[in-house]
Design a protein around this ligand. Structure first.
Ligand SMILES: *[C@@H]1O[C@H](CO)[C@@H](O)[C@H](O)[C@H]1NC(C)=O
Length: 327
């Protein structure tokens, strides 16, 4: 149900209008709210679908994202800075890198939830999964047209849109070319302003170098929180620039300086997995013991062989694993 007709005093008016035109109520209320919002009268942000709750994002990142001090810092700084800029020069582009299960999808979802009323379900948010949405390289020309159309239609509906590209390392170079104009420094393309939108690219590329740095710190007896962006970023950047699989990496954007922030996700340790397990119990309102958390964490595989330091799957499927402990 549209927010507009949620116990709103105009509900009966909308229903009357809908019956008069013979259209369904949701369609009419959507049209009216689009029209209303187009005058910027709707909410503080000018669009009721957009909430931009930075406080909420900050809190959520602090409470539910474990072991990722760099991610928290970079994402908040980037998103907040961008939203507070009256006339951004270009769309915001963030490139997430790290092992599976370290929280890339999790953080993308958090951003969607705190920036948009309906989170990932918002009509301002589009998620593309490379092998799901663009599986066959022979159809790349068709995909290119579809993707450009979808980006353009979404931004026309919602000036501040969010586009999430999952498995970005498998995105075909041709599709990258289709995205490029929208993340570049153009004033507008066919009268549409794309510079208020946010693009997230999620990939596993670069995970090895991130993990190596984390392991080196551990071996040197140093805290992982001592890893700084200044230290890690040059290694990550070099690794990404040299990534070989030319057709299928998104380093074209990096080479053209179109990526604004690299966001490294560190590999997770035993204690982080326990925190994920705790969250999973809490979310479902289930009681738990310290032993149960240890048992969940022990089910994961830890690498490298000697140190057994990092969870090979991060916190992936931890929430399913707690099912074993439910009486
Ligand atoms: C922002 O999020 C916080 C935490 O989730 C919440 O308490 C607060 O009410 C939200 N603010 C707005 C304006 O929605």
């Amino acid at each position: 149900m549209n927010f507009w007709c949620h116990g709103h005093r105009n509900c009966s008016l909308l229903s009357w209008l809908a019956s008069l035109l013979g259209w369904s109520l949701p369609i009419v209320s959507e049209m009216v709210s689009n029209w209303y919002c187009s005058f910027g009268k709707c909410c503080a942000t000018g669009d009721c679908r957009v909430t931009n709750n930075i406080t909420g994002l900050d809190l959520d990142l602090s409470r539910r994202l474990h072991g990722q001090h760099l991610v928290k810092h970079v994402v908040l700084k980037a998103v907040q800075g961008f939203l507070e800029t009256p006339e951004p020069e270009k769309a915001l582009t963030l490139s997430f890198h790290g092992w599976t299960g370290t929280g890339k999808n999790f953080v993308a979802r958090m951003i969607a939830e705190h920036l948009y009323q309906d989170g990932l379900k918002s009509d301002c948010v589009k998620v593309f999964i490379s092998l799901f949405h663009f599986p066959h390289s022979k159809y790349v020309d068709i995909y290119k047209v579809q993707l450009a159309k979808e980006i353009s239609e979404t931004v026309q509906l919602c000036e501040q849109s969010l586009f999430i590209f999952d498995e970005a390392e498998k995105l075909h170079a041709g599709l990258l070319d289709a995205i490029k104009p929208y993340v570049d420094h153009y004033d507008s393309i066919n009268m549409v302003n794309y510079r208020r939108s946010i693009f997230l690219f999620l990939s596993n590329t670069g995970a090895n170098i991130i993990n190596e740095v984390a392991l080196d710190f551990w071996r040197a007896g140093r805290d992982r929180e001592e890893i700084t962006m200044e230290f890690l970023e040059p290694y990550l950047r070099t690794e990404l620039m040299e990534a070989t699989d030319k057709d299928y990496t998104h380093n074209g954007l990096l080479k053209d300086n179109l990526i604004d922030f690299l966001v490294p996700f560190l590999p997770l340790e035993y204690r982080h997995v326990k925190l994920c397990a705790r969250d999973a119990f809490l979310v479902r309102g289930l009681p738990f013991t310290e032993e149960a958390l240890d048992e969940v964490a022990r089910m994961m595989v830890f690498v490298p062989k000697e140190e057994k330091l990092f969870s090979a799957q991060g916190c992936k499927s931890v929430s399913q694993r707690i099912n074993y402990f439910i009486p």
